[in-house]
Design a protein around this ligand. Structure first.
Ligand code: HEM
Length: 524
């Protein structure tokens, strides 16, 4: 058993960031900071139209649109199109019922702002993957950050926040991230075929994501992108994680029998979770052994076991919490950072002029040994604008989930406390009334002194905002800038396969192989 040192000050630091409490009922009462008009709503909850009057597509009571999705699964896969239609047909606040789940879609940035501003110290969320939350409950694991609320969430969040979200702490991960990225770049060279493409490129990028996440968690190289046992195991983890998202989506749009008994889909999902969980625990136990040995030998230096060492010293983090958070870090990266890197490469390959501007900046960022430093990250203005623009066109999620923190008067309707809210800014961020040339890739719009300053800050929030904002944000941003800088410095990219779309699996993934063509710079 490892000894835990005295209390950390993580919770005090985190507490400084939490905002005001939810007043009993709040409303949008001023149209501020927005480019489109919002229907004015009353300040008085009681005088608003009742919840039952929120417009929406209707359908049979309780079943709502369940049958429609059941008969045509392509509507689930292209949920982005469904959301666009909902907003076009019903406006900025829409109720959609799917098998007993009443979803309130909020499309307008001002409505989204209103929710953020009223959520107080403990923003409440429904689990993003309900079936995964069920798995953890049944197996007496702790729910993890994304599935917990109230005090339980707050205590764990404070500990994780300290090590992953304080800029100085997050930058401590840079050397490890640089090493994994450099090794991947060497691998990439050998993967490029005679036509300049990399067969199975999506999978290679996911292997890199898993390797980097494991290195962040366990301070060890797992060999997930080296041929052999490491890659075989990594591929099984990647496949199992992908199945979890597919099955969770299927369950979300099905009749909720899975809440009562073990359906075949739920059983399959639990099997995949068992496997991922066992592998994560095995790696964690191994890392704990190495950590303990280094501690005993006196060879534990400050730059080793960054995440583990902090979590072991944190107050209020149980062994079970640690296991769940490790699991989350490993798998969250696969479904987010890796997919977003693919989208960025597609957008850059498809936009040669912007790619050259980004490549020029990239060349100035890397050190003589090809590393991204903290200072260089701060200077990566154009690359970060590219990433932002790519998030607008090809996001990783369509919405951010909340349970209404209190009775809210939104758009003239009553939204009672506890309502299931989808904060959905994706549709607005492609609306020509809000963003000029919405279909075009224009990173410049996010630069200071251009349109960037005028765009509503609630329009594009890929990592969310406030105290519940993505806790992996800094690690993800560092990895994205680093990989893009390394790739653009070495290669010019081309794209020859038409428009890339995405499939919805609770999160979004490219609907095809991202067959970017790599042309080595200097060889043309
Ligand atoms: C491009 C990459 C990523 C994007 C766009 C992204 C986006 C998000 C979003 C939108 C949320 C919901 C926040 C909310 O409810 O307000 C979230 C939560 C979360 N993310 Fe990420 N994420 C990314 C990468 C990562 C990575 C790499 C990790 C792990 C290190 C991670 C770990 C988490 C966790 C643990 C939560 C739950 C936080 C909480 O409820 O307190 N994410 N992420």
């Amino acid at each position: 058993m490892l000894t835990r040192r005295g209390p950390s000050c993580a919770s005090q630091i985190f507490a400084q960031h939490v905002s005001q409490q939810c007043s009993k009922s709040t409303a949008v009462n001023a149209v501020s900071n927005t480019q489109t008009s919002v229907p004015t709503s009353s300040n008085d909850y009681e005088s608003c139209l009742p919840y039952s009057k929120i417009p929406g597509p209707g359908g049979l009571p309780w079943f709502g649109r369940w049958l429609e999705y059941r008969l045509d699964y392509s509507k689930v896969l292209r949920r982005d199109l469904i959301l666009k239609k909902l907003r076009a047909n019903y406006g900025d606040i829409v109720k959609e019922t799917i098998a007993g789940r009443e979803i309130i879609h909020l499309f307008h940035p001002d409505y989204i702002k209103q929710v953020y501003e009223s959520e107080g110290k403990y923003p409440r969320v429904p689990p993003i993957l309900e079936s995964v939350e069920m798995y953890r409950r049944v197996n007496e694991l702790t729910p993890g950050l994304g599935n917990s609320n109230g005090d339980v969430w707050y205590k764990l969040r404070a500990a994780v926040q300290y090590i992953l979200m304080r800029p100085q702490k997050a930058f401590d991960f840079l050397p490890g991230q640089n090493k994994v990225a450099a090794d991947f770049m060497e691998k990439l060279d050998s993967l490029i075929g005679p036509n300049g493409e990399v067969p199975g490129f999506n999978r290679w990028i996911t292997r890199w994501g898993l390797e980097s996440a494991a290195n962040n968690c366990f301070d060890i190289r797992m060999g997930y992108f080296e041929n052999g046992a490491g890659m075989e195991l990594g591929d099984r983890i990647i496949a199992a994680n992908s199945d979890v998202f597919d099955l969770s989506t299927k369950l979300y749009f099905s009749l909720p029998f899975y809440r009562i008994f073990m359906t075949p889909s739920l059983k399959e999902l639990y099997d995949r979770e068992d496997f991922i969980n066992e592998e994560a625990c095995r790696s964690l136990d191994n890392a704990l052994e190495r950590y303990k040995k280094a501690l005993e030998d006196g060879t534990l230096t400050e730059d080793r076991f960054l995440f583990l060492s902090h979590m072991l010293q944190s107050e209020n983090v149980s062994d079970k919490d640690l296991r769940t958070i490790i699991l989350s870090i490993l798998t969250d990266t696969l479904s987010t950072t890796s997919q977003i890197l693919l989208n960025n490469l597609y957008n850059l390959a498809n936009n040669p002029k912007e790619q050259e501007t980004a490549a020029e900046e990239a060349r100035s960022l890397l050190s003589s040994s090809g590393e991204l430093t903290q200072e260089a990250f701060h200077s990566s203005t154009y690359l970060r604008a590219c990433i932002k623009e790519s998030f607008r066109l090809l996001p990783v999620g369509l919405d951010i989930l909340r349970l209404s923190p209190c009775n809210l008067a939104i758009g003239g309707y009553q939204v009672p406390e506890g309502s299931y809210l989808c904060l959905n800014n994706y549709v607005h961020s492609l609306d020509p009334d809000v963003i000029p040339n919405p279909e075009s890739y224009i990173p410049e719009r996010w630069l200071r002194d251009t349109d960037g300053d005028k765009i509503n800050p609630y329009l594009l929030t890929p990592f969310s905002l406030g105290t519940r904002m993505c806790v992996g944000r800094r690690l993800a941003e560092q990895e994205l800038v680093m990989m893009l800088a390394k790739i653009l410095t070495r290669y010019r990219l081309e794209w020859h396969y038409g428009k890339l779309h995405q499939h919805f699996r609770m999160l979004l993934i490219p609907d095809q192989e991202v067959k970017v063509k790599f042309i080595r710079r200097g060889s043309e």
